[in-house]
Write a protein that binds this ligand. Structure first.
Ligand code: R1P
Ligand code: URA
Length: 291
């Protein structure tokens, strides 16, 4: 059965609804960033750019970096945006947009997030690099899908017990990175911290920040950073990784999330030059992606 027009929405030119992209516009290796202004910080390193478009917070550029075709897409902020970006990218490669039927031969994309994040651990200072070993959804987006076969109930249950998790909040869902894709980023000379990344549905209260409003659970960040499960601990907070890991795994894509640590919540510091550490992470990531 063809997928109905109300479910897979196309623009009059045949491009997908939010991203404004057609299948020929994207590479099979795609870099995600949150901030639309970060797209050109990456593509300024490219040898050539063949395609650019921009709609809402979603800016895309495709080109060649040292001979490899790459696309860079800004996702804006939040797991809800990742739901749009990954579903529309998957439709571009795995659904025939004319017949509206799913292709028999499915394509697996490589997705690398180059993002910013706040560390929860004093030994992961500002200006470090971190690869998310897992994403922990506390934002609820993944609960729309069947995730039982990709999640980690043993770690989730231990975390719920440890944190005395509020029953009114969505139950945490944990999804691992693509270990195959992560291999590319190994480097003896570069310290890449690893740990579970909590993906929150806000920047202030949902990440335990207090300006004028008191938190429902003022101890939540302490409960998060003191959690241990075998060799795992929770290292950082941001707003997209769990959604990227979850939807990628469900749809058969490979994903890795790399974080420039710009805030350290344990000691209350913020990077004096966040742009510098983001640019270093961009250069590091580009040279690993092409290997
Ligand atoms: O710098 P980006 O990639 O946007 O990532 C982080 O920064 C934003 C919040 O300031 C959130 O999107 C968070 O995940
Ligand atoms: O603390 C931080 C820093 C960057 N992005 C976040 O979501 N949180």
């Amino acid at each position: 059965m063809p997928i109905k027009e109300s479910e897979l929405i196309l623009n009059p030119d045949g491009s997908v609804y939010h991203l404004n992209l057609k299948p020929e516009n994207i590479a099979q290796t795609i870099i995600f960033v949150g901030d639309p202004d970060r797209v050109s910080k990456i593509t300024e390193h490219f040898d050539s750019i063949e395609f650019s478009t921009h709609k809402r917070e979603f800016k895309t550029e495709t080109g060649l970096y040292k001979g490899k075709r790459l696309s860079v897409i800004s996702t804006g902020i939040g797991a809800d945006n990742i739901d749009i970006v990954i579903n529309e990218l998957d439709a571009l490669v795995n659904i025939n947009l004319e017949t509206r039927k799913i292709n028999n031969d499915l394509v697996s994309l490589d997705i690398v997030r180059i993002g910013t994040s706040g560390s929860l651990q004093s030994d992961i200072p500002v200006n470090s690099f971190l690869m998310s070993s897992h994403g922990m959804d506390i934002n609820g987006m993944l609960h729309a899908y069947q995730t039982e076969h990709i999640s980690h109930p043993d770690i989730e249950d231990a975390f719920v017990a440890h944190s005395d998790w509020d029953k009114n909040k969505s139950t945490p869902v944990i999804v691992e990175k693509s270990n195959e894709l992560a291999e590319k980023f190994k480097d003896e000379n570069v310290k890449l911290h690893q740990g579970i990344t909590v993906t929150a549905n806000g920047f202030y209260g949902p990440q335990g920040r207090v300006l004028r409003l008191p938190l429902r659970d003022s101890e939540l960040n302490n409960k998060i950073d003191s959690f241990k499960f075998n060799d795992f601990r929770i290292t950082n907070l941001e707003m997209e990784t769990s959604a990227i890991y979850g939807l990628s795994k469900l749809l058969g894509h490979r994903a890795v999330s790399l974080n420039a640590i710009i805030a350290n919540r344990a000691n209350g510091t913020f990077s004096e030059n966040p742009e510098k550490i983001v640019n270093s992470l961009i250069q590091f990531s580009l040279d690993k992606i092409i290997v």
